[in-house]
Design a protein around this ligand. Structure first.
Ligand SMILES: *Cc1c(COP(=O)(O)O)cnc(C)c1O
Length: 339
């Protein structure tokens, strides 16, 4: 019979199991993760944006995480977590809930290490992201209208059927793995002054805090959609209560529940946190595409929108923006370009 796992008491509104360690990773953990990531994934380019540099009178660089095989940064965390997985979990394998890129990461990593993966997605999930998970051999389960519905379903299946639940944020290995992008930035651009980073569950911003923040003494500014400000409020007020507003069109940022591990790390280390409107994000996707033909998904554009709003504040500074993902449906791109 498959094992069953009883959830343990969770500090946030998500389910955690006995195998979830809620202690945030350290910078040393990110250096250790780099050995796994360097074996499995290419280093991503850091490319000067001529348009944004001229526009802001600054040195602006794009960290091209869109060039990873899944088209998003999260796979760094996926391979790090699975490389370190307790072999007891090889059967029945992994389960995750995702609007797309976390599921793609888990599916990719599972295939790399030859174990099964199941991903629960909301019924209206981005079809391109779902196809990618299936291409990586994951079993996709559609459930509910929102990420949180899909998440609760995954948590139930994890308890009943003994899957290893790969939480989207309460996983030190995921955060350490994601942080390897920041170590690459430190190596390539040691005089980086500030990183503007989109925040959904907060793993990416946490990773930059542990790297460019801790090692290069740069500022890390988190940016979230004003239409889904759960992590923003958690950071500002220290509450892990779910937020009642979750209406963003950027599915990569669509969570109403703040997560314990990343909230703790961001409250300790994040320098600033801003909100931008969805309209500004859509406009940033269009403007970057028109200016430089770099295609980013809407979640990613939070940081570009915040940078454009920062204006003179960043003049003369060296700024890095992660192009966190490129998984934008053609139809959505068309409507964005049509304005
Ligand atoms: C997940 C995701 C984000 C947000 O990252 P978190 O680590 O969840 O804060 C931003 N952009 C893209 C493309 C994503 O997939």
């Amino acid at each position: 019979m498959a094992p069953q796992y009883e959830p343990v008491e969770s500090p946030d509104a998500t389910t955690v199991f006995p195998y979830h360690d809620l202690e945030p990773p350290t910078t040393a953990d990110v250096y250790r993760a780099r050995e796994v990531v360097a074996d499995r994934l290419p280093e991503t380019p850091l490319v000067r944006s001529e348009w944004l540099s001229a526009e802001l009178d600054a040195e602006v660089y794009l960290k091209r995480e869109d060039t990873l095989p899944t088209g998003a940064f999260k796979v760094r965390g996926g391979v790090t977590l699975v490389a370190d997985l307790n072999p007891a979990f090889r059967e029945p394998g992994l389960i995750a809930a995702s609007t797309g890129n976390h599921g793609g990461s888990v599916a990719y990593a599972a295939r790399e290490f030859d174990l099964p993966a199941t991903v629960c997605v909301p019924e209206d999930a981005n079809p391109g992201k779902v196809r990618a998970m299936e291409r990586f051999d994951a079993q996709v389960v559609r459930h509910g209208a929102t990420f949180d519905d899909a998440r609760e379903h995954a948590e139930r299946l994890a308890a009943e059927d003994g899957y290893r639940y790969v939480h989207s944020a309460n996983e030190p290995d995921l955060v350490a793995g994601v942080g390897t992008a920041g170590l690459e930035v430190v190596d390539a651009l040691p005089d980086v002054d500030v990183v503007f980073c989109p925040v959904g569950g907060g793993s990416s911003a946490a990773g930059y805090c542990l790297t460019v923040g801790a090692v290069a003494d740069a500022e890390v500014v988190g940016v979230q959609s004003a239409a889904a400000p759960a992590m923003y409020r958690a950071w500002a007020e220290g509450t892990l209560e779910p937020h009642d507003r979750m209406e963003t069109v950027a599915e990569g940022l669509a969570t109403s529940v703040p997560f314990a591990l990343t909230t703790r790390l961001l409250r300790e280390r994040l320098d600033d946190f801003r909100l931008v409107d969805d309209e500004a994000m859509l406009s940033a996707v269009r403007r970057l595409y028109e200016a430089e033909q770099v295609l980013m998904e809407v979640a990613c554009a939070a940081s570009v929108a915040a940078l454009l709003e920062a204006g003179d504040e960043v003049a003369g500074r060296t700024v890095v923006l992660p192009v966190s993902g490129r998984n934008l449906e053609a139809e959505k791109l068309r409507s964005i370009l049509d304005g």
